[in-house]
Ligand binder design. Structure first.
Ligand code: GLC
Length: 456
């Protein structure tokens, strides 16, 4: 018998000790410093691209004259599996150019990309040995995940993956959709489905080394806390420095997205289509949001948020200590919708001048300000407060409340001379030039001595 064979027995012997830790597990014992090191790149990044892409791009949101669908179309339009499978022969995104996608993300100022390796429909965007329901079975055949991973590496972006736990295709996945009549559940074995999903994740992690695994579809009753814990451990076991969202487990509180209780696994909260009202010190979170109203491509949805709105959302999120994951739903030909391309370029122009006030910043140490938002880079010797001015004060006086520190200087981030600073009661007042340099948001850098002392 090889000596390593004794290992399980040894572990079993020490079990009573481990069992004293009710919600234990190898990776639950990470120290705060280890966790900080693992989360560092993600916290500094602040801005990422979400990509929802798969067979559902083919119908582009429309079915039998109804135009409200998107990545949920198989369910929302009640499409039988056999009919849906026909999209396999139609998925041929000949214009797909991973390098162009990565470049657009990079130029928008994004630091990571999270793409759907598999959405709820079960279709896989990489050639998988685990299933025939993958890109290899389409006329396109190419390894989309592999190409995007290489392009992300080339452009210095962290490649990440969204993987749905819910799966409307695999015969062992339960439950069926309520409207499904043609897929008997007899013989279905959920444990076997979990084994299948784990084999997929092993393939994905070993081949594409994602920085984040972004699970979803955890809300169905068949998925339990025990399974969530086990999956978290499994994925960290395959890649110890990986970051995993809280949808791996059952602790997420609805669309608000934060984790209920620390017994639940997941490294960050996932507010969906919303931004928390305030920051949450010590809690990592990422708001994910669509640019229009759908995640997957919907050809009739022209309801795009303005660039101003998107940039201000990014700033709002950063000022509360969160990340912004902004979605693109590429078309079936492999290109991004023009509205998305335009907005990415415009956001990129703003980020080029103001990125310093977003990347690596922490939540605002000061209370709410009427004119915009604040982000910070704190140091023991000196700190910087970035004053993001949405509404340029008419009297040219920008008032920052309750700063007890000595002021070093104030200046516009995008160049220009030092600005006059004075104090008025408990507020610091920066004298601004007559007009705002940027109508979306202009940044003033206020440098102070020491770590921020607010209200003292
Ligand atoms: C959801 C949806 C989905 C989308 C996702 C993004 O819960 O089911 O289609 O992928 O959230 O956050």
């Amino acid at each position: 018998m090889k000596p390593t064979r004794f290992l399980p027995a040894l572990i079993a012997l020490t079990m009573p000790l481990a069992a004293a830790e009710p919600e234990g597990g190898m990776f639950a014992h990470e120290t705060a410093a280890q966790r900080d090191a693992r989360m560092e790149w993600w916290r500094d990044a602040r801005f990422g691209m979400f990509i929802h892409w798969g067979l559902y791009a083919v119908p582009a949101g429309e079915w039998n004259g109804e135009t409200k669908h998107a990545e949920w179309i198989r369910d929302t339009a009640k499409i039988p599996l056999e009919t849906y499978n026909r999209f396999l022969t139609q998925f041929n995104p000949v214009e797909f150019d991973a390098d162009a996608w990565a470049r657009m993300a990079k130029e928008a100022g994004m630091k990571y990309v999270v793409i759907t390796s598999k959405h709820h429909d079960g279709f896989c965007l990489w050639p998988s040995a685990t299933t025939g329901f993958d890109v290899e079975s389409t006329p396109f055949k190419r390894d989309i995940m592999g190409e995007l991973k290489a392009a992300c590496d080339k452009h210095g972006l962290v490649f990440c993956m969204y993987h749905s736990i819910m799966d409307w295709h695999h015969p062992d996945y339960l439950p069926r959709r309520k409207w499904e009549k043609d897929r008997p559940t007899e013989g279905a074995d959920y444990d076997r489905y979990v084994t299948y999903m784990k084999a997929q994740l092993k393939e994905l992690i070993e081949r594409y080394e994602p920085g984040v695994l972004w699970f979803d579809g955890e809300w169905e009753d068949t998925w339990t806390h025990e399974m969530g814990k086990d999956l978290y451990e499994y994925v960290r076991g395959l890649k110890p420095d990986i970051i995993i969202n809280n949808r791996v487990d059952k602790g997420r509180r609805g669309m608000q997205g934060m984790t209920r209780d620390d017994k639940f696994r997941g490294d960050f909260g996932t507010p969906e289509q919303e931004i928390p009202a305030t920051g949450m010190p010590g809690v990592d979170w990422e708001s994910c949001m669509t640019m229009n109203r759908h995640w997957g491509f919907n050809k009739n949805d022209n309801d795009f948020k303005s660039t101003e709105d998107l940039v201000r959302k990014l700033i709002d999120i950063a000022s509360k200590g969160g990340n912004f994951l902004l979605n693109i739903g590429p078309k079936a030909d492999g290109t991004f919708p023009q509205e998305s391309i335009d907005r990415l370029a415009e956001i990129g122009r703003w980020m080029k001048a103001n990125g310093e006030a977003v990347y690596g910043t922490t939540a605002s140490p000061v209370g709410a300000v009427a004119w915009g938002r604040v982000t910070a880079k704190e140091g023991a010797d000196r700190s910087k407060l970035y004053l993001h001015v949405f509404d340029w004060p008419e009297d040219g006086k920008l008032s920052v409340p309750e700063i007890g520190n000595d002021i070093v200087s104030a200046r516009l981030l995008d160049g220009g001379d030092a600005l006059d600073v004075s104090t008025d009661g408990k507020s610091v007042v920066v004298k601004l030039p007559a007009t705002a340099p940027d109508p979306i948001s202009s940044t003033v850098v206020l440098e102070i001595k020491g770590a921020p002392r607010i209200g003292k």
